[in-house]
Design a binder for this molecule. Structure first.
Ligand SMILES: *Cc1c(COP(=O)(O)O)cnc(C)c1O
Length: 428
C-alpha cells in the first residue's frame, strides 16, 4: 500500500501548521510514523488520500459510535444546514437535546451546551470553584480533561505520548491549586482531603479513564469518591466526554450507579460535529450566567447543525439492542485477542469496558498511570505499523482506547483478528 499523497501532504502541512496537524496525537509520532491523510469514511472504514481502505478503530477519537457518514446523521446535517448555519439565538433543537440528555442522565438536571469537551470541563471547574468558594481541585494522573490551564497537569495520552509532564505557558500560580493523584488510590485521596479538605472545590475524573488506555475503576473506588467529596463539601465531577453514551445511555454513572454533582459530555453527543455539554444539580447550574453570576458563553454554542448531528446520533443509540450489539462485537474482539495472545504465549493485557478496549504491551496489571507506563511502547509502535500495513487503523498511541462502532460487524472483527495474529507473530 503506497501512501505517496499522504507523505506529500504531510510535508507541505508541516510548513504551515505546527507539526503538520491541528491536534498533537494525530501526528503519529508515538508510533514513529507520519500521519495518514484521509479523504472519506464509510461505516467502519476509512479511505486515505491514496485510495487505501482501513477498518477504523479511532472513530475520530470516540464520537463516531455509529461509524462514518451514518445516513440519518448526514440527512439531519443536510436539512439543518439548508435552514441556516447559525442564528446566535436559541433554537428548539437545543431544548430537545438538553431534555434528551437529562432523560438518559438524570443527574444532569440542567444542561448547558458548549462546543468541545475542553470547554465543558473548563466551565464545570469554574462553576465548582464558584459554588464552593474554594480554589483547589483534585484530578488523577493519566486522566485527560482537555487542554485548559488548570487541568493540564499529568494529563494522559497526548502528553504521556510525548512525555510532557505538564506544559510550558501554564502559570505555576494556577497549577499549585491542582492536586494530581494516582487513580484507584483511596489512601492518597484520603490524605489529600485530610490535609486540604476545606480548600478543595472538586474532584474531577474520567469514571473509566480511557486516556491512559482503558483503566477501569477498582470496585468501590467511585463510591468512595462520592462519599469523601460529600463529607468535605466538595463537588464530584464526572468527565464523561468519552464514556457518556459510550458505556450505555446512562454513561458511566448509569453503569456504576453513582450520582456525581456535575457531568461533562462531548464527543458522541456531537455525532462527529463540535458539541460539548456540562450539567448537574439545578441549584449548582443556576449559578451560570445569565441565571447567575458565573460567566460562560459561546458564539456557536448549541449550533443547529452540530446539535442536529448529535440528536440523530443519540436517537440511533436509543433504539433497542444498540448497546447489546456493541457489547457483543467488542467482546468477540476481546476474546479473539486473548486467544491469539495465548496461542503465541504473549503476556500482554487486554482491558475492555463496553465498546472501548486497550491492548497493553506489558505483563503487569494496569490499574493506574504508573503501571500503564510499564508498557513496551517501542513494540507497540511496530505493532501499530504492522496493523496499518494490513489495513487496520488503530489509535496511534499505546495510551488510547480502541473504539468499536455500530457500523462494525462480525466480518470486520474477523479481518482485524487475522491481521492481529499476523502482526503479533511478526513483532512479538
Ligand atoms: C477528548 C476529551 C476531552 C476534551 O474534549 P475536546 O472536545 O477534545 O476538547 C475532555 N475529557 C475527556 C475525558 C476526553 O476524552
Amino acid at each position: 500500500m503506497g501512501r505517496l499523497r499522504s507523505e506529500l501532504f504531510f510535508e507541505k502541512a508541516q510548513k504551515i501548521i505546527p507539526g503538520g496537524v491541528n491536534s498533537p496525537v494525530r501526528a503519529c509520532k508515538a508510533v514513529k510514523s507520519n500521519p495518514v491523510f484521509f479523504e472519506r469514511g464509510e461505516g467502519a472504514y476509512l479511505i486515505d488520500a491514496d485510495g487505501n481502505r482501513y477498518i477504523d478503530y479511532v472513530a475520530s477519537w470516540g464520537p463516531l459510535i455509529l461509524g462514518h457518514a451514518h445516513p440519518n446523521v448526514i440527512a439531519e446535517v443536510y436539512f439543518a444546514s439548508k435552514r441556516g448555519t447559525s442564528f446566535g439565538a436559541p433554537t428548539w433543537l437545543e431544548v430537545e437535546m438538553a431534555e434528551l440528555i437529562r432523560e438518559c442522565i438524570p443527574s444532569m438536571e440542567k444542561v448547558r451546551l458548549v462546543n468541545s469537551g475542553t470547554e465543558a470541563t473548563m466551565s464545570a471547574l469554574r462553576l465548582a470553584r464558584a459554588f464552593t468558594g474554594r480554589k483547589k481541585i483534585v484530578k488523577f494522573d493519566g486522566c485527560y480533561h482537555g487542554h485548559s490551564d488548570s487541568l493540564l497537569v499529568k494529563a494522559g495520552s497526548g502528553l504521556a505520548t510525548f512525555g510532557i509532564p505538564s506544559s510550558p505557558g501554564v502559570p505555576d500560580e494556577l497549577t499549585t491549586h491542582t492536586i494530581s493523584l494516582p487513580f484507584n488510590d483511596q489512601e492518597k485521596v484520603t490524605e489529600a482531603f485530610e490535609k486540604y479538605g476545606s480548600e478543595i472545590a472538586c474532584v474531577i475524573l474520567e469514571p473509566v479513564p480511557a486516556n491512559m488506555g482503558v483503566v477501569p475503576p477498582k470496585e468501590g473506588f467511585l463510591q468512595f469518591l462520592r462519599d469523601i467529596t460529600q463529607k468535605y463539601g466538595a463537588l464530584l465531577i464526572f468527565d464523561e466526554v468519552i464514556t457518556g453514551f459510550r458505556l450505555g445511555l446512562g454513561g458511566a454513572q448509569g453503569h456504576f450507579g453513582i450520582k456525581p454533582d456535575l457531568t461533562c459530555l462531548g464527543k458522541i453527543i456531537g455525532g462527529g460535529l463540535p458539541v460539548g455539554a456540562y450539567g448537574g444539580k439545578a441549584d449548582i447550574m443556576s449559578l451560570i450566567a445569565p441565571e447567575g453570576p458565573v460567566y460562560q458563553a459561546g458564539t456557536l454554542s448549541g449550533n443547529p447543525i452540530a446539535v442536529s448531528a448529535g440528536l440523530a446520533t443519540l436517537k440511533e443509540l436509543k433504539k433497542p439492542g444498540a448497546y447489546a450489539r456493541l457489547e457483543n462485537l467488542t467482546q468477540a474482539l476481546e476474546e479473539g485477542i486473548r486467544e491469539i495472545l495465548k496461542e503465541l504465549s504473549l503476556p500482554y493485557q487486554v482491558v475492555r469496558c463496553s465498546s472501548m478496549l486497550t491492548l497493553f504491551f506489558t505483563d503487569k496489571e494496569v490499574t493506574d498511570f504508573q503501571s500503564a507506563l510499564s508498557c513496551d511502547t517501542e513494540r507497540f509502535a511496530s505493532f501499530w505499523q504492522g496493523m496499518l500495513k494490513r489495513g487496520i487503523y488503530l489509535p496511534p498511541s499505546q495510551f488510547e482506547a480502541w473504539f468499536v462502532s455500530l457500523a462494525h460487524s462480525e466480518k470486520e472483527i474477523e479481518i482485524t483478528l487475522k491481521a492481529l495474529r499476523e502482526t503479533l507473530r511478526e513483532v512479538g
